[in-house]
Every structure is written in structure tokens, then in C-alpha cells.
Design a protein around this ligand. Structure first.
Ligand SMILES: Cc1cc2nc3c(=O)[nH]c(=O)nc-3n(C[C@H](O)[C@H](O)[C@H](O)COP(=O)(O)O)c2cc1C
Length: 230
């Protein structure tokens, strides 16, 4: 039991020490286990886009898995970053393949592919291709050896740039430089991606996903043009 600053007794929250004022609960980060921290962060850092990553292992097996700790980190050259955790210290197949082959492909799936996206997260042995298992056709890479998913509206071929390890669980932030963008015909018009037609899915907490929902358009706020460093 913890006594909150306002004096009320609060039940222990699954062993996690917290205090609650009349308006806020305060959780000390140190008090959280890696699992509880993951659940908290993945509930508040939402919605997250999903990098549906194909990699190749040294035996030529095409691995496929979804990763939602995903963003872009540079415009010129274009670079993507994805955080890949470990399974009790051991690299996931995707991480291991990226280390070995120094390349990967980030596919962006659409809402009709949600079931396959979710199912591709099942932990199979390295010699099992989730793409094959789920009956997903692939197309050969054009600048990398790794194939992309044929029916994904977007696929970005990447060469490994760097890996930065964080924290005590050995999670790796993997950064790749995009060498080519593959976009379904008609999706990129007048220099813009037609987001509604892309129809992406995002991850919320746990096995919960969302689609685009309502799009609200506000006035464009002028920003200084992106330019290379002087
Ligand atoms: C939608 C979704 C997003 C996920 N995001 C991540 C992530 O960002 N980082 C991570 O390490 N695992 C993430 N996972 C779990 C991996 O997909 C899972 O560990 C998978 O088995 C890894 O496969 P691999 O061993 O073939 O690389 C996610 C799972 C789902 C369903």
C-alpha cells in the first residue's frame, strides 16, 4: 500500500509502486520491470505505424515480421529506424538477419493485410519463412538481395547504416538507408502519397490495431524548407 500525498490509501498496482494525487498517478520508472515498462510505453506511444520487415538469412529463407517501434530518422539520405528487441538476450530472426546480411526491406501493409501482419509475429524457427507460410508472394529486390512483399502498397529497400544498442534488455535501434521506394501505381501523385488509398494500419497496445479514421485538415503552417547543412 502506498499513501498518496493527499492522504488516501491506494491499493498496490500489481506490485508497481505509485502515488496518486487528486489528478495524476506517478509511476517511478525504476520500479517497473522490462515487461511492465513495455506495456506502459506501448500503451502511451500510440498510434504506431508498422514496419513489416522482410529479411533474408544466409540459407536464403525469407523472414517476415512486424515492428511498430518504427520511424524515419533522416531525409537526405532517407533513413528509417526500427527498434528490435531480443528474446531473453537472443536476437530475433530479423535482427540476426540484418546483422548478417546488412540489408532489409520495410514493407507497409494495408488494412486488408492486417491478419497476415499480426500472424507474421508468431515466433517461428529461423528456417521457417513466414511469407511462405502465410502465402504472401514476394518480388525480387532491385538494389538488395532481400525480396519485398509483392502486394504491399509500399516497400522500401534498405542498406544497414548502424545499430545502436540500448538498455539492459539489449534492444537494438537499427537504422537503414533507403536505396529505393516501391510504390503501388497511382499511390504517389503530385509528389504526395495518397494516404487514404494507402489505407495503413497502426498498432495500439497489445493485439489492438487501428485504421486511419477521420482525417482533419488544418491550415498549412509555413516551415523552413528542408535543406542540406551549409
Ligand atoms: C504489430 C506488431 C508490432 C511489433 N513491434 C515490435 C517492435 O517494434 N519491436 C520488437 O522487437 N518486436 C515487435 N513485435 C514482435 C515481433 O514481431 C515478434 O517478436 C516476432 O516474432 C519477431 O520475428 P522474427 O524472430 O522472425 O524477427 C511486434 C509484433 C506485432 C504483432
Amino acid at each position: 500500500m502506498w499513501r498518496s500525498p493527499c492522504g488516501a490509501l491506494r491499493p498496490d498496482n500489481a506490485g508497481i509502486p505509485f502515488t496518486e494525487t487528486s489528478q495524476r498517478m506517478h509511476i517511478t520508472a525504476d520500479s517497473l520491470s522490462p515487461e511492465a515498462t513495455y506495456r506502459l510505453l506501448s500503451g502511451v506511444v500510440v498510434p504506431r505505424p508498422i514496419a513489416w520487415i522482410t529479411t533474408l538469412n544466409e540459407e536464403g529463407v525469407v523472414n517476415l515480421a512486424p515492428f511498430s517501434c518504427f520511424t524515419f530518422v533522416s531525409n537526405k539520405p532517407p533513413m528509417l529506424g526500427v527498434n528490435i528487441g531480443r528474446k531473453r538476450g537472443t536476437r530475433k530472426d530479423t535482427g540476426a538477419n540484418i546483422h548478417a546480411m546488412r540489408e532489409f526491406v520495410v514493407n507497409i501493409g494495408h488494412s486488408g493485410q492486417l491478419h497476415a501482419i499480426h500472424e507474421s509475429s508468431v515466433e517461428h524457427a529461423p528456417d521457417v519463412s513466414e511469407a511462405e507460410l502465410l502465402g504472401l508472394a514476394t518480388a525480387p529486390g532491385t538494389t538488395v538481395r532481400t525480396p519485398r512483399l509483392l502486394d504491399a502498397p509500399v516497400a522500401m529497400e534498405c542498406r544497414l547504416d548502424r545499430v545502436i544498442e540500448f538498455g539492459s534488455t539489449g534492444a537494438e535501434f537499427i537504422v537503414g538507408e533507403i536505396t529505393v521506394f516501391h510504390l503501388r501505381d497511382g499511390l504517389y501523385r503530385d509528389g504526395k502519397v495518397q494516404t487514404t488509398e494507402l489505407d495503413p494500419v497502426c498498432r495500439i497496445g497489445g493485439p489492438n490495431y487501428a485504421t486511419l479514421g477521420e482525417i482533419v485538415t488544418l491550415r498549412a503552417v509555413p516551415q523552413t524548407a528542408k535543406a542540406e547543412m551549409p
